[in-house]
Design a protein around this ligand. Structure first.
Ligand SMILES: [Zn+2]
Length: 256
């Protein structure tokens, strides 16, 4: 006769195996995509059914900015404040999480700032030309879940950009390193003075490539020192998805 005790042990063992498999599967899902080789952008859509839009979508990002229609568009209202921040390396980029409270208002909708992160080279190109870096400020509409991402191109200038020092002096070199605490940031100081912009409806530039993003790409770059750019590209160089077809979408430029 089978001992109930062994049967319980066997059940527990099965349970541990199942949980381990689930955990490994979750990790694999998260870590499987990348920017080169057989997990690179051209294969994202085939890696998982959840990533199908990366291959089949019709409103994908980034795009090459050219031949935009010039219109007098509404301003992006930035309600950025001082914020503590945590800086971490998520295996795909360096991401900075900020305190709740900062937001933009665009076309009457408030989008809360969640985080910002970087791509090298830039993901959006202007007349085919990339910039050395692009920063993405990711905001979310609490009601719809839709995102508004403000993109800024970062170019090499003469001197250190002090507003960014709190981030670039604390870049975690390796994925999974404990997050770093930067000095409190004045988020508004990270923006250029002139805030006219290009806009189009697009997607996340990483899997699952969800088509839920109002893109707001400022048309004036911000300058960083070459050493600041080098500090990032020493860690990530090539974490940019290639540009995607504009297709039937409108690409607008603010005339301001
Ligand atoms: Zn991004």
């Amino acid at each position: 006769m089978k001992s109930p005790r062994y049967s319980n042990l066997f059940g527990m063992l099965l349970c541990v195996i199942a949980l381990t498999a689930l955990l490994l599967n979750t990790l694999a899902d998260d870590l499987h995509w990348g920017y080169s080789g057989d997990a690179g952008p051209e294969y994202w859509g085939a890696l998982s059914p959840d990533y199908a839009l990366c291959a089949d979508g019709s409103a994908q990002s980034p795009i090459d900015i050219r031949d935009a229609s010039v219109l007098d568009l509404v301003d992006i209202e930035f309600r950025y404040s001082e914020s503590a921040n945590t800086i971490f390396n998520n295996g795909h980029t360096i991401q900075v999480n900020v305190d709740p409270g900062s937001a933009i208002v665009y076309n009457g909708i408030r989008y809360d700032l969640l985080q910002f992160h970087f791509h090298a080279p830039s993901e959006h190109t202007i007349d085919g030309m990339p910039a050395p870096l692009e920063i993405h400020f990711v905001h979310q509409d609490a009601n719809s879940g839709n995102l508004a991402v403000v993109g800024i191109l970062l170019t090499a200038g003469e001197s250190d950009n002090a507003a960014y020092a709190g981030v670039f002096d604390h870049l975690p070199a390796h994925a999974g390193e404990p997050e770093a605490k930067g000095e409190p940031l004045s988020l508004a100081a990270l923006l250029p003075q002139a805030r006219s912009y290009y806009t189009y409806q697009g997607s996340l530039t990483t899997p699952p490539c969800s088509e839920i993003v109002r893109w707001l790409l400022l048309d004036k770059p911000v300058e960083l020192a070459a050493q600041q750019i080098a500090a990032f590209t020493a860690i990530y160089d090539g974490n940019a998805r290639p540009t995607q077809p504009l297709g039937a979408r409108d690409l607008l430029q603010d005339s301001a």
